[in-house]
Each structure stands twice: as C-alpha cells, then as structure tokens.
Design a binder for this molecule. Structure first.
Ligand SMILES: *[C@@H]1O[C@H](CO)[C@@H](O)[C@H](O)[C@H]1NC(C)=O
Ligand SMILES: *[C@@H]1O[C@H](CO)[C@@H](O)[C@H](O)[C@H]1NC(C)=O
Ligand SMILES: *[C@@H]1O[C@H](CO)[C@@H](O)[C@H](O)[C@H]1NC(C)=O
Ligand SMILES: *[C@@H]1O[C@H](CO)[C@@H](O)[C@H](O)[C@H]1NC(C)=O
Ligand SMILES: *[C@@H]1O[C@H](CO)[C@@H](O)[C@H](O)[C@H]1NC(C)=O
Length: 489
C-alpha cells in the first residue's frame, strides 16, 4: 500500500507533460502534439514598470490568488501565463501545482526590475550579479514540469543606438542554457531559454536573426515579440501589418510567438479579432500563438479583470477575448514527426539557420562573438591580489569619477574592464562588480607609478592593502583576466 501511494504521488507530480522545441515549433514532449501558446500576462505592476522600481508582487507566491484566477484563465482558454519577475526565495509550489492541474504552463522572465539588462547604457553588462539572479530563478522554477521556458531578456534593444545591449542578452541566453545543461540531473530536461523583443521597425529582422544565428549553444531557443500592430475591428490580416510581420519572420529556425499582444484602441473594449488570424493557417506555420497583455487591471485599461478585495470582476475585453477563443475551429496542426523521422528532421532543422546580422556603425553594433561567462572566482582572485583598493565608504555613484580620472590619465590601464560589442572583444574583468573594477584600475595605476604612496590615495578614496597569498588556480585566472584587454574605441 505504501508503495502504491508513493507511485500515486509521483504520477500526480508528472501530470503535465513538458513542452519541447523541435525546429520552429513547440510540441508536447510526450504526445508529440503541437503546442500553441494561448497565453495571458500574469503580473501586477511594477515588475514591468520603470527599471528603477525595486519592489514587486511575486505572482507565483500567493497560492490562493492563483487558485482564484484559474477559473477566469480557463474561460480565456489559457494554457500559458507569463510572469515578469519572481522572488527566488518564496515558495511557488502551490501556484505551480494549481496551474499544472489546470493544464497551464508558465513562461518566466529571469530578470527582476532592479536586476536586468535594459535599453539604458548603464545596464549593458552580463555580470556575476545578474547571472547569480538568473541561476537562482532557474534553480527555483526549473524543477516544475509546467515551466514552458525562460526569457533571458525583455524588450532590451529597441533602436539602432542600443543594439549593443543585445550582445549581453545573448550571452545571458547562452549561459542560462548551459547552466540548465550542466544541471541536467536536477532539471531532467533542456528547458528552453529565449528572448522577448519589442516590435522595432528599424532593427526588427536583425534582432530576430541575431538571436537565432550562430552556434547552437549560443542561440535563443525561442523568440517572442511584443505585438501591438492589430488595432480595432476595422483591420484584417493584410491591413493590420500581421501579414508583413509573418513574412518578416518566415525564415526563423526557432519558435516565434507574441510575447505580448492586444492593442488598446481608444474606441471602447478591445474586439480581439486578431485571435482568429493568429490561430489560422495564415499564421500557424510561422507563429506559435501569443500572450495577451494583461490579466489584472492596473489603471491603464489593459486589464482583462479587476481584482478588488480579493474579488475578481471581468471586463468587456475579457468577454470579447473569451468569445474569440471559444469560436476558434478545432486545430489541425501536424504533430511532431515520429521518433525516427523526428531525429532526422530535428537535426535537419537544427542545421537550418539564419545568418548573423553584419556589424555596421550606427546600424547594428552586436557581434556574434559574445561576452564571456561571468566567473565570480576570477573577480575574487583578482581583488584579493590587489595592493590598492577603493575605500568601503565610496558610493557606487562616485565610481564613475574614479574611473574617469584613472582611465583619463592612462586609458591603457583600463583595458581589462572595457568592452566592445561591435568587435566582440571583452576585457577579462568586464563581468565583475563595479567595486571590483574600480579597485582593479586603482591598483593598476598604483603599480604603474612604482607603488608611490600618493598613487593610492585619490583624496582618501583608495587605500593600500596587503594582498592575500595567491594559489595556482587564482594565478591562472588573474593572468587571463588581465591579459584580455580592449581599447574603449
Ligand atoms: C528574498 O529576496 C529578496 C530580494 O532578492 C531579499 O530582499 C530578501 O531579503 C530575501 N528574503 C529572505 C527571507 O531571504
Ligand atoms: C538613443 O536615441 C534616443 C533618441 O534619440 C535617445 O533618447 C537615447 O538616449 C539614445 N540611447 C543611447 C543609448 O544612446
Ligand atoms: C506591407 O509591406 C508592403 C511592402 O513593403 C507595404 O507596401 C505595405 O504598406 C505594408 N502593409 C502594412 C499594413 O504596413
Ligand atoms: C466587444 O464588446 C463590446 C461591448 O460588450 C461589444 O459591443 C462588441 O460587439 C464586442 N466585440 C466583439 C468583436 O465581440
Ligand atoms: C467580495 O466578495 C465577498 C463574498 O461574495 C463579499 O462579501 C464582499 O463584499 C466582496 N467584496 C468586495 C469589495 O466587493
């Protein structure tokens, strides 16, 4: 009897089949059926508001709220919710189990509002700190079978002058995939990792190709686009822009879907006529569905429901969307090819690829040669070996002044902290914290000045220290870090 109950528990934990990527489509990994995302964004602000917002409500931490919302999500035929930021130290068991029981998958962003690569130049790095955050979320959510995948970045490059940022996001994709692979015993499968972009006219196709090109280990497993082109009831597949977008992405070798959609028309409730197009033959060969923005009303009219004192009330948008979902014809998508055919098809499709966009000044500034994998040991080895370091009381906002002074006096001292996304060259300390980097350049100056006492002062911002003994593995890391130098131009 004991044995039976153990089996029953195991069986219920396996109640939802993981989704896998084969070629440019998602499939149920057990039945082989095509998986089309019928999604709803599921997070309260400010997780996707201004980048400096640090507090957010974890949408997967309140089991009662998840259970309450499932009946509404089911009325929208939802099979996926998108969450933008979760806390890596709260239990998500209740929400994840409730969603799994309801046949609902979760696609989760790995970043947090205060820990993300964004379009703003200050955030352009793939750092030890950010990789730690990503690993913590993967560790936490990776154990659930109903995790559809992870976004390693959201709406980062949106214009020609911030394409640099995509190099760091693609490095985040690569390292998150590798982390999942290295911990296969824990996760049991290659959970897909992708990227979600804005629908930016100037860089649309280049962004898509950048994330889908290059070595298999570097490539995004899927690509989402925030799509707000279909507005109102007066447009159709052709006139909305959807036809052109479908042509733009037709060559993508990985699944493509709307990581957000639902244009807010000023004349009344959203009709959601685009739903019929999105799940029709016009689009399903290229697209794998989409995620409607957004579940809960937050004062900007995008909400499908309002929640007041724990009670849910549905909007006219909700009624329209639910009607549109209900009237979709039963799908006739092809299942995954049979096991043997699938092996050859998938190796064929895996070799189907797109060319990386050419690097051109002012047009596209992200080389397929990606930033290095952040390595905390390298930073620690280097910092422990320094003889001149920044004082603890110096604030992060004052580091730039120190960088400016040292690197202005002698740019060659700062090569190990510089990056050049266009040439794909990255200094060996470029992933370390600002504090570690500032100490590194202060020490470089001090050494360069023959350890003159006044060369480690900077008006009291730096101090001389006795370095710790350096072991052999540290020696190698220090040598590597200081030899990888980049000119800032
Ligand atoms: C949980 O994580 C947040 C943000 O990372 C942190 O501020 C908080 O102290 C953590 N709480 C616990 C109990 O570890
Ligand atoms: C890119 O251009 C926009 C508009 O001209 C500007 O607001 C933004 O600061 C620029 N971004 C960068 C990183 O230079
Ligand atoms: C689609 O692309 C064609 C060719 O570039 C263009 O003429 C047409 O205006 C576009 N349609 C929409 C709705 O943007
Ligand atoms: C959407 O809802 C409004 C208000 O209930 C209704 O007038 C309209 O016909 C609906 N549109 C569609 C396409 O169902
Ligand atoms: C929420 O629902 C409960 C039970 O139906 C009801 O007693 C309460 O008044 C409702 N609260 C609000 C704010 O509508």
């Amino acid at each position: 009897m004991k044995w039976l109950s153990v089996v029953a528990v195991a069986a219920s934990a396996l109640a939802i089949n993981p989704i896998e990527v084969v070629g440019n489509k998602f499939y149920d990994s057990i039945t082989g059926e095509r998986f089309m995302i019928k999604g709803v964004a599921y997070q309260q602000k400010p997780a996707y508001a201004a980048a400096d917002e640090t507090s957010f409500v974890d949408p997967l931490a309140d089991g009662d709220a998840c259970k309450r919302d499932i009946e509404y999500l089911k009325q929208l035929d939802t099979n996926t919710v998108r969450v933008y930021a979760v806390s890596s130290n709260q239990s998500h068991d209740e929400c994840m189990a409730a969603f799994a029981d309801a046949g609902i998958y979760v696609v989760a962003d790995l970043a947090a509002p205060d820990l993300a690569i964004t379009s703003s130049v200050d955030s352009w790095e793939w750092s030890v700190k950010l990789f730690d955050r990503y690993k913590a979320v993967i560790d936490d959510l990776g154990k659930y079978d109903n995790v559809l995948g992870f976004f390693a970045g959201n709406e980062v490059s949106n214009a020609k002058n911030n394409t640099d940022a995509s190099a760091f996001v693609k490095a985040a994709v690569r390292d998150s995939k590798q982390y999942i692979k290295d911990n296969h015993d824990t996760f049991g499968r290659a959970i897909p990792v992708g990227y979600a972009t804005t629908d930016a006219n100037d860089i649309r196709v280049r962004t898509a190709h950048y994330f889908a090109c290059g070595d298999a280990a570097d490539r995004a497993d899927f690509f989402g686009i925030s799509m707000y082109e279909w507005c109102g009831a007066a447009v159709d597949f052709d006139t909305s822009g959807y036809k052109n977008r479908t042509e733009d992405y037709a060559d993508m070798p990985i699944p493509v879907f709307f990581s957000e959609y639902g244009c807010l028309d000023s004349d009344g409730p959203r009709p959601f006529n685009e739903v019929a197009a999105l799940y029709s033959d016009d689009m399903t060969d290229v697209w794998s569905g989409g995620i409607v923005y957004t579940y809960q009303e937050q004062g900007d009219d995008y909400g499908l429901v309002s929640v007041s004192a724990g009670n849910v009330s549905t909007s006219d948008d909700f009624i329209n969307l639910s009607a549109q979902m209900a009237q979709l014809p039963s799908p006739s998508y092809s299942p995954r090819a049979s096991a043997s055919a699938s092996a050859s098809a998938s190796s064929e499709e895996a070799s189907a690829t797109v060319a990386c966009p050419a690097v051109r000044f002012g047009e596209w500034n992200a080389s397929p040669k990606l930033p290095p994998t952040p390595d905390a040991d390298t930073c620690a080895c280097v910092v422990n070996s320094l003889e001149c370091v920044v004082e603890d009381f110096v604030r992060e906002e004052d580091y730039n002044e120190l960088f400016g002074m040292v690197c202005g006096l002698d740019p060659s001292l700062c090569g190990a902290i510089n990056v050049n996304t266009g040439t794909g060259k990255y200094g060996g300390m470029s992933f370390c914290s600002m504090r570690d980097k500032v100490s590194f350049v202060l020490d470089a100056f001090y050494q360069d000045q023959g350890k003159a006492a006044d060369a480690c002062d900077w008006y009291g911002a730096a101090r001389i220290v006795t370095p710790a003994p350096v072991d052999d593995s540290c020696k190698a890391k220090i040598a590597a870090a200081s030899s990888q130098t980049v000119r800032p131009w």
